[in-house]
Design a protein around this ligand. Structure first.
Ligand SMILES: *Cc1c(COP(=O)(O)O)cnc(C)c1O
Length: 488
């Protein structure tokens, strides 16, 4: 097996190992770590398709995390994908009237972030030991709602770590907020920021790059790392479920092994869909990756026109985890498509200075679509009538998929990637199903949703409004630095 090294998309760093890349989170030059090449799955696809989630995870991760031993990887995987998930399948595919949904919300926090954040703490602690790190790790996380909680759950009470989460004060759902503010654990810190998600993400990136702050936490015995999808340790575990979803379509007899399928992915930071791209490069038979945006349709415009322009209003939508104008992981795609660090660096500088750049995106591997707020609600209603309840983010994807089919006539079988439980966004889901639920208390609606969807309220959020709030801090963007220093 090849030994895979990692280097920055912006080129300045020398190659480092996978475990070092996971520890660092982001490169010194501000770039993101990428593998020097994307390895091919080295077992026959047929064989991979009959594997358990855990065994498949091993087959994928061993090819990328080449400095981890077999025992280390198996330990990480077994401790990640266990009874924390409320189904043994980990990521089941549901069917509704010939439509397929890959459910990635069976982990502790009911969103797809659990797929990677259940394993990242184990990968990171293992990396710290392998590299003889004599410092504690302070995880800095910006969240549009779901990453924060998933990272808190993943790192709570993990030895030699602390975790600080920043979320936009007015940018998350009531249930998302409570999930974070009621978090337990003696190493967890949460602050609401007076700003939007991009402000949170930029602040975290700046703190990472600030020599004075890193020196100061160094004196206290800490180093920074990231649980955001800028960390390659977030991205790689997400490749697994593209294979696993494909396998289920084969098992259901929808396709034969080797047939191509499409995936439609509700996209914000471009991490999830990029993992799909990696899966394709590894040999998974994928036709199109359909990138679905909500009204913050900066990616749709980019795929349409080749210009990425974040200079526009930031719109708060009912799919808040996709309310993003700077899709960090697009940087990795630009690098892979151009194979040019200098070019990638130049584009990111232009994004930083002018808020935009142009790039000749001459790939037919992706298609971009977007979904309005009304269309999101209509999609929930439509799928509900087919006997299945989806959340607002999944609805953005489903509607985008239907538009894509209308435009192209592409009849390739499709999997819509389902990124959150409808219970997490019960208010809007119920409203979409029946107007009479509009403006009702979100916690009453959890019970109502259980009745109308025929699915019990997940244990993970049952009675969440009765739990004790441990984190009520609100800070300005400038106040974030002080908050970070107080975490260690
Ligand atoms: C994070 C998230 C997304 C967006 O995923 P990216 O990897 O940032 O593109 C979509 N839906 C939900 C529910 C999420 O939590």
């Amino acid at each position: 097996m090849d030994n895979i090294k990692y280097f920055s998309t912006r080129g300045e760093n020398k190659a480092i190992t996978a475990s070092q890349a996971i520890l660092k989170g982001i490169a010194d030059d501000g770039g993101l770590f990428v593998p020097e090449k994307i390895p091919q799955l080295d077992i026959p696809l047929e064989k991979a398709l009959s594997m358990s989630y855990q065994n498949l995870a091993y087959e994928v991760l061993k090819l990328f995390l080449t400095d981890y031993t077999k025992e280390e990887l198996e330990y990480c995987i077994q401790n990640a994908y266990d009874s924390k998930f409320d189904t043994e399948e980990i990521a089941p595919v549901a069917e509704a009237d010939g439509n397929y949904f890959l459910e990635l919300f069976h982990g502790r926090t009911l969103a797809f972030k659990d797929m990677a954040l259940s394993i990242l703490p184990h990968l990171m602690i293992t990396a710290a030991k392998k590299n003889n790190l004599d410092k504690k790790i302070l995880i800095l996380t910006a969240t549009s709602g779901d990453t924060g909680k998933a990272a808190l759950e993943g790192f709570a009470n993990v030895e030699n770590t602390a975790i600080a989460v920043f979320y936009p004060e007015n940018g998350v759902s009531p249930i998302q907020r409570l999930q974070m503010t009621t978090q337990e654990g003696n190493n967890t810190y949460v602050a609401a920021v007076k700003g939007n998600f991009d402000d949170c993400q930029n602040t975290v990136k700046k703190i990472f790059m600030d020599k004075e702050i890193t020196d100061e936490i160094d004196k206290k015995g800490y180093v920074f790392s990231s649980a955001n999808s800028i960390n390659i340790g977030r991205l790689l575990p997400q490749i697994v479920y593209y294979f696993y979803g494909y396998a289920q379509l084969v098992k259901k007899g929808v396709i034969k092994c080797g047939d191509k399928i499409n995936f439609t992915v509700p996209t914000g930071n471009f991490g999830n869909i990029l993992a799909g791209y990696y899966a394709k490069k590894m040999g998974l038979p994928v036709n199109k990756l359909i990138c679905a945006s909500n009204s913050n349709k900066v990616l749709f415009d980019f795929f349409q026109e080749g210009e990425y322009d974040k200079n526009r209003d930031f719109i708060l939508t009912i799919s808040p985890s996709m309310d993003i104008l700077i899709s960090s992981n697009l940087e990795r795609l630009l690098y892979h498509l151009s194979n040019d660090c200098a070019k990638t660096s130049e584009l990111m500088q232009s994004l930083n200075n002018k808020g935009k750049y142009t790039f000749d995106i001459n790939t037919d591997e992706f298609a971009g679509e977007f979904t309005t707020e009304d269309e999101t609600l209509q999609a929930i209603n439509k799928v509900y009538k087919k006997g299945y309840t989806i959340d607002t983010h999944t609805a953005v994807a489903f509607s985008a998929y239907e538009k894509y089919v209308q435009k192209t006539g592409d009849t390739t079988p499709n999997i819509t990637v389902s990124t959150a439980s409808p219970f997490k966004f019960a208010t809007d889901v119920c409203k979409a199903i029946d107007e009479r639920y509009a403006d009702k208390d979100p916690f009453v609606l959890l019970e109502e949703l259980a009745v109308i969807s025929g699915v019990e309220v997940p244990q993970q959020i049952k009675d969440i409004n009765k739990r004790k709030v441990h984190h009520d801090k609100v800070c300005t963007i400038d106040g974030a630095v002080q908050f970070v220093l107080e975490c260690c």
